[in-house]
Design a protein around this ligand. Sequence first.
Ligand code: PMP
Length: 404
Amino acid sequence: MDERIRDDFPILRRHEHGKPLVYLDSAATSMKPGAVIEAEADFYRKSYANVRRGVYELAAEATDLYEGARAKVASFIGARPDEVVFTRGTTEALNLAAWGLGETYVDPGDEVLVTEMEHHANLLPWQEMARRQGAHLRAAAVTQDGELDRDDLRRKLSPRTKVLALAHVSNVLGTVNPVAEVAAEAHRAGTRVVVDAAQSVPHLPVDVRELGADLVAFSGHKMLGPTGIGILWGRNDLLSELPPLLTGGEMVREVWLNWATWDSPPARFEGGTPPIAQAIGLGAAADYLRAIGMDEVRRHGEELTALALDGLLGRPYVTVYGPRDPALRGSLVSFSVAGIHPHDVATLLDQEGIAIRAGHHCAQPLHRRFGIPASCRASFYVYTTPDEVERFLAALDRVWEALR
Ligand code: PMP
């Protein structure tokens, strides 16, 4: 990775407690390059107006920028623009998916299948949908190595399974799930497949058609883009069958006092004034990642993950969760330090300017599966250097010496 990339991220010049910031929490959210900050600011400075409704030139320009951003994001994931719905983030996208699929396809006695490794954002919307529809929620197991138990998934997949929802990359274990293979099996059972790609689209080359899913959700803020913007991708024929989650302005064709007809996708799912500047910022983020090349982003992430895994596995006081092979992982590693609470580890690392995450990472059932209440997580992105990973590992030894 080009060293100059770091210069594009103004926040990385910060110091914490007198030490240069080592930001190892990109799985929670990524930092923003100047190009993204400027794209958003430029829109407010030069082209700002509401989209879709104005006939004047400024509104047309704003609409072009907004729709241009949709086209950039679509091409980033190998999709068509009319298949890309802007949401506030992965959470909203998955809620939209659960609402729409529930209303359309799920009846009392049906089943919805998730996995034990899901983020709460890909669990609670399905819990709620199953409750509303009188359906049963089931979960495929995770093996001790942190992989999806494919046999258990096969056992739980039946003609009653209307939806399978799973993560592409686990935000705790790092596991890259074989979505294309699993989706093919699910489709043979007549099941619709929803993928939480919050941790994959930012880090791996993802082509939604190769992924083979029916709906795919991800967030802008984890891929160098702004907060408040995310994506639900869906095949247009499927999106056309789903009802909206939000009703209101700009998502309708005809409105009478007692009834209304919905617009076609993606407008149908974008009721109200959308996050316009954020979408434009996300378009700039997609441009930035594309200029680096997603193969290079992946290669860099794998290199850093290999370095961290190697260092952590070589320390007898550390327990690592998830696959041992960096090729089977996203750009993150979760671990525990023997007898020391994850919050204490993170607090002492912060004293050295190193930001890692400690907690259940919004995956309580998964932590329960491994018999722990919480874990530490270090995660990496395009601006992370091997030197930073080494500094983290050396600081971890000092934490261990201080608290053992
Ligand atoms: N799924 C996964 C796997 C995640 O890592 C996250 C973010 N922590 C989410 C869903 C939720 O994303 P957001 O908070 O951007 O809606």
